[in-house]
Each structure stands twice: as C-alpha cells, then as structure tokens.
Design a protein around this ligand. Structure first.
Ligand code: MN
Length: 314
C-alpha cells in the first residue's frame, strides 16, 4: 500500500481513465456527495466515470447520484472508494471487488488499508473537502451540481459546521461551494431545519427511554425494531439520529443502538472532545472518528446494551 498526497492523487486521476467510484454501506451525505463530486469532476475532464449503484442510498441523498450510476464494475475500470474506512464498510454487493480496488480516498482516523493506493487525511472533517482539493488541483471549475455535492458532504459530516471536526478549511470549501452556485439556504433547510413527523416521534421516544449513566455524563438509548416499525420511521427519518441523545445537557458521550433487519445490532457513538467514540467502536470491530463512530454487534439488543455500557465506562 502506498500513501498519496492530494497532488499525487490528482496526477494519478489525470493519467488514467474509466473510473468506477464506490460509496459505503448505510450511505450518508459525505459518501454520496463525495462520490458524486468526484464523478462530475472527472467527467468535466472528458473522462469516463461512474458511481457504482448502491441500493442502500435513500431518497434524502439519491438526487446527488442521478445520471451518474452504473450497475456493475467493468473489466479494466479504475476502482476508487470514497469515505470507506475498512473492507467491512463496503456494501455486500461490492465485496467481490476487494483485491481490485486501486485507490481509497478517506478521512477516517481509525481505518484498515485495503487498496493499492490511498489518500487518507484524518484531519479533514469530510471526505468531500479532500475530493474538492484534489479536483481543484486537477484544474476543474465547479458548477452548481458539483458544488452542491461537496456542500452536502461537508455540511452533513459536520452537523452543519457545528461539530468539533469543523475547521477553517471546511468553511473555506463551503464558501467556495456557495460562490459556485450551491443553494446553501435550501440545502440547510432540507438537511438541518426540517424534521419529518416520524423523526420527531422517534426523538420523543428517545427522550422517554434514554438511560443516563455516570452521573449524566453518558447516555445510552436502545431502540427495538418493533418501536421503529410501530412509529413507522424510514431510514431517512433515522439519518444521524444518534447525534440526538448527545445533545442532552451534560452528556459528553452517547450510544444509540438499533436492531437491523438481519438481526444485528448497529451501534452509533457520538462524543465531544476529550472522549473517544472510535475507541468504544473499535472494541466491537468497528471504527470511525473520535467524535462519531460505529460498529455492528451479533447479539440480542439487551446484551448489546450491557456490552456497550461496559465499554463506555472503561
Ligand atoms: Mn465522511
């Protein structure tokens, strides 16, 4: 595995053609926005580029991939992953590509290399910012679709520029997106100001069922699948719901547990500086950032709660 700088990555992308770009499982705004931006930038240079269709992308972010996807990677494609920290983060349908992925662009602090080349910058709040820098090095001029894809990535991974990962560089990139025509107000309304009733109802349930531990410094909330079904929430209603328990005054680290359709328990941990969410997630084979991390557990929900609580108190 060889580590590349932004300029080396730009040179690599300029020198090759026929790109197939991969997002991660349970896709968020950063992986969808970054893959879209990279694809649009490469196409602007006259390259053949596609985002590999990821069926897990929800309506909240689907519009970013419109017109960019293809169903399968082809022989001879240069395969690039964006915002994927480890092989475990790849959607099941992409796992067959392991071993032939050429480049990984990522910003996760705890990650497992699985590609020939990689550009990883854990200091970057979002992958979208890294992609932006690389595209600028390649001489691309941003139009509205590209700028909006990058803006969605940077804004969602920083909770609209409120999380501790936000840097001057994040703001600088967002400012350039605004300059290039991104509809900042509309996107912020859609992504951060508007709540569906389903989301508000699950938040109400969380408020009632949240368990505070260590004198209210930590919180755990386990959401049974039956509750999600009863309330009738969509995956979009649940997007980044794990940030919510952390917003309770005094809570420095919070874990949200959800049962998935295939019987796993998905944990998402959020933490403020001084606490390390990734350390907790790593105990269960997961990973992420200090401020936000996750893992999947193969055990019943009540056992998972006990295991996660023990790991947090450590
Ligand atoms: Mn990200």
């Amino acid at each position: 595995m060889k580590t590349l700088t932004r300029s080396e990555t730009a040179r690599f992308l300029l020198e090759h053609d026929r790109y197939c770009i991969l997002s991660h499982r349970r896709p968020d705004g950063d992986t969808v926005g970054s893959t879209a931006a990279l694809c649009l930038g490469l196409r602007q240079l006259g390259k053949t580029a596609h985002v590999l269709f990821n069926k897990e992308v929800t309506p909240r972010f689907q519009w970013l991939h419109e017109g960019l996807t293809k169903p399968e990677a082809e022989e001879g494609d240069i395969v690039v992953t964006v915002d994927v920290a480890s092989p475990g983060m790849l959607p099941k349908a992409f796992e067959q590509l392991l071993g032939r992925i050429d480049l990984r662009i990522d910003h996760h602090g705890s990650s497992t290399s699985f590609t020939e080349l990689e550009l990883v910058d854990p200091g970057s709040a979002s992958c979208a910012e890294i992609v932006w820098d690389v595209l600028m090095e390649m001489g691309i001029s941003a139009d509205r679709p590209l700028a909006e894809a990058v803006y969605v990535g940077t804004s969602t991974d920083t909770g609209c520029f409120r999380f501790a990962n936000t840097t001057a560089h994040t703001f600088a990139v967002a400012a350039q997106c605004a300059k290039a025509g991104a509809r900042i107000y509309e996107l912020n309304q859609e992504l951060f100001e508007t709540n569906t009733l389903g989301r508000l109802r699950i938040q109400g349930w969380i408020v009632e069922h949240l368990e505070l531990i260590r004198d209210g410094e930590m919180a755990i909330c386990a959401i049974p699948r039956s509750v999600e079904k009863q309330i009738g929430v969509t995956e979009d209603d649940m997007d980044n719901i794990s940030s919510f328990p952390r917003t309770v005054a005094g809570v420095r680290m919070a874990a949200t547990l959800r049962e998935t359709a295939d019987g796993e328990v998905k944990i998402s941990i959020r933490a403020v500086p001084g606490f390390d969410a990734a350390k907790v997630a790593e105990k269960f084979g997961g990973g992420g950032h200090k401020g936000a991390a996750g893992a999947s557990l193969q055990m019943p929900l009540d056992e998972a709660v006990k295991a996660v609580e023990a790991a947090m108190l450590e």
